[in-house]
Design a protein around this ligand. Structure first.
Ligand code: PEP
Ligand code: MG
Length: 465
């Protein structure tokens, strides 16, 4: 498997093949961001393939050809394939996908793990960063956070981290960037300098990671929070804080108290929590009561924990089912609860890049999706289509009715997420594109005004009489 300190080498690679890992392992996440073809979970690939041996891989098909590809003559490569010995394709791969022109009411954001991919991500049409995995930044130092602090001091740690995050905040400004506090399993940390002090765990995915570790080691997470605050104080008011892997409201409350201790202004900057465990799904109402502005559905972990399927174990990869009815039901419940309370919802797991899942969640009223760089435009198109369908269906319902719409009855008047009205955030204003009405307001007191404006717009484009 790859580890955070291998990112510079991964950036220089023409392709990546790993023995272990699944769709959501480090190698898969980082190579997608870099635009480097990768095949993970190949079993004994590193033993089967000898040093300097020619190999062709196709990341789309998931195939590895050892030796000369059949269609190859001379030094030409098979279409769609990538040669490990050929010219480094990284520069081409790093070209930004063409921005999609559509506007959607459901925001479409992008996941970022490494600052090197920030500009490529920002060049998409993404409405912001739905998840910045700061562990890749923290661990790219080659040292565990403890070791880094021990060697260089607290202030150096805060500055080093904030400078890396700044690259992302700057590339996206003023679009929001949700930076998550450290969520690294101990087996990954063990690979780094200082890693010998990491506990040895039978199942690191179920172990000492995420908020549970941060709450146990508050001084360390406070340094991370200080790095976030440093950026906010520098004017990066687009930086938001997110906590990984809480189980319940108490976890979220204690994390919030740490933010307060560090002096992060929660009125000025949105903050939130990942929903990733069955317990947090069951506790969603209480978690909302802690004052969060948003939740992020971490489906990589939700699926892992609800179905008891190790996300990094290729043996059970075929059982990693994002579409299991219990998963879909759980996500719909969280979205509904959040919409009732005006709390934003997003999906940040791998399945947020899947068009079918994007459609399902858009129809359920999720307020944003966060996808991989290469999936942003497709997800946006799918969401735009789903929203148009919602509008058209609602308009048909309205015109079939012999009575005038009841303006006080939200679901009839505004097919685009009337129920979510109070939770939609972003820049203030109303836009209409492709018959999709986008309502954005920061000031929840303006909801009534927005409501009547929306009705006016809908009448203008002929969706309602
Ligand atoms: C998730 O669990 O879906 C998620 C986005 O977090 P990570 O993959 O970093 O655990
Ligand atoms: Mg997770």
């Amino acid at each position: 498997m790859t580890a955070p300190d291998m990112v510079p080498a991964m950036q220089r690679s023409a392709g990546i093949i790993t023995d272990n890992g699944g769709m959501t392992s480090h190698a898969a996440i980082v190579s997608r961001e870099l635009g480097v073809p990768a095949i993970v979970g190949c079993g004994e690939a590193t033993e089967t393939v000898a040093d300097s041996q020619r190999v062709t891989l196709d990341g789309n098909k998931g195939t590895v050809v050892v030796g000369e590809p059949e269609s190859e003559s001379g030094t030409e490569s098979e279409p769609g394939g990538s040669e490990l010995t050929g010219p480094n394709p990284t520069d081409d791969a790093l070209e930004a996908p063409t921005a999609a022109p559509q506007t959607t009411a459901t925001e479409v954001k992008v996941n970022v793990s490494i600052p090197a991919a920030a500009q490529r991500a920002a060049d998409t049409s993404a409405d912001g960063v739905g998840l910045l995995r700061t562990e890749h930044i923290l661990l790219s130092t080659g040292k565990t956070p403890d070791k880094y602090v021990q060697d260089h001091g607290e202030q150096a740690f805060v500055e080093a981290i904030s400078e890396e995050i700044r690259t992302v905040a700057e590339a996206f400004y003023p679009r929001p960037v949700r930076a998550r506090t450290l969520d690294a399993p101990t087996d990954e940390l063990a690979e780094l300098e200082g890693g010998e002090k990491e506990p040895s765990e039978h199942n690191p995915m179920l172990g000492y990671r995420g908020i549970r570790r941060s709450l146990d080691e508050p001084e360390m997470v406070k340094l991370e929070l200080r790095a976030f605050k440093r950026l906010q104080d520098m004017g990066y008011d687009n930086l938001e804080v997110m906590f990984p892997l809480p189980n319940d409201a108490e976890d979220v409350r204690r994390a919030r108290e740490l933010m307060d201790e560090v002096g992060i202004d929660r009125d000025a900057h949105d903050w939130g929590a990942m929903i990733e465990t069955p317990a947090s799904i069951r506790s969603i109402d209480e978690i909302i009561d802690e004052g969060i502005d948003f939740v992020a559905l971490g489906t990589n972990d939700i699926v892992q924990f609800m179905l008891a399927v190790d996300r990094n174990n290729a043996m059970v990869a075929d059982r990693f089912d994002d579409y299991h009815p219990t998963i879909l039901e759980a996500m719909a419940e969280v979205i509904e609860a959040c919409n009732e309370h005006g709390v934003d919802t997003t999906i940040t797991g791998q399945s947020g890049s899947d068009p079918e899942m994007a459609k399902f969640l858009a129809e359920k009223g999720i307020t944003s999706l966060s996808a991989n760089i290469d999936a942003v435009d497709e997800v946006r198109s799918v969401v735009a289509r789903a929203e148009r369908e919602l509008l058209v269906n609602a308009a048909r319902d309205t015109s079939d009715s012999s009575t005038q719409p009841d303006w006080d009855s939200p679901p009839i008047v505004t097919p685009v997420r009337w129920a979510n009205f109070s939770s939609i955030s972003g820049s203030h204003g109303l836009t209409v594109a492709d018959n999709v009405i986008c309502i954005r307001t920061r000031n929840r007191g303006e909801i009534e005004t927005e409501r009547s404006l929306t009705a006016t717009w809908m009448a203008k484009i002929g969706l309602i009489p």
